[in-house]
Design a protein around this ligand. Structure first.
Ligand code: ADP
Length: 144
């Protein structure tokens, strides 16, 4: 089934100049870039994005990290894109992420782990709308 998923190359990924290498991996797997935007998360959007972790002791650290520098937001489209991308990014904890996955190759700890990807269809839907306006998504459609 064709799906769309939302990727964020996190501030450490951008600072470490990994943007091109990460995008290459998705293109190599024939995932299509539907929309892409370079920008900052506001504290408010970061809190909404990680609301499921609001009761964790490290919540404020995640918000500070995610708003510490620019990120790249990407909507990817493809067959079973959600599961494929989750497999490609690897486990949350760098130590558990398999070599060959993005986190397994580039991340060094559990919090600053280079990349975010939606974990299910419902989340993808909400996250795509959170970070891209209707106009930005429509423009992508016309040009593809
Ligand atoms: P994922 O990003 O793999 O979907 P979660 O939704 O559980 O995982 O966590 C969101 C983000 O919060 C992680 O990617 C990581 O940046 C941070 N995080 C998760 N667990 C921890 C932890 N135990 N300590 C510090 N940061 C964490």
């Amino acid at each position: 089934m064709e799906e769309k998923t939302l990727i964020i190359i996190k501030p450490d990924g951008v600072k470490r100049h990994l943007v091109g290498r990460i995008i290459s991996r998705f293109e190599e797997r024939m995932l299509t870039i539907e929309a892409m935007r370079y920008g900052m998360l506001t504290k408010e959007t970061a809190k909404a994005h990680y609301a499921h972790l609001a009761d964790k002791p490290f919540f404020q650290d995640i918000i500070d990290y995610m708003t510490s520098g620019p990120v790249v937001f990407i909507v990817l489209k493809g067959e079973n894109a959600i599961e494929m991308v989750r497999k490609m990014i690897g486990s949350t904890n760098a130590l558990e992420a398999a070599p060959g996955t993005i986190r397994g190759d580039f991340a060094t700890n559990k919090s600053q782990n280079v990349i975010h990807a939606s974990d299910c269809a419902a989340a993808a839907d909400v996250e795509i709308k959170r970070f891209f306006s209707k106009a930005q998504l429509a423009t992508a459609k016309h040009s593809s």
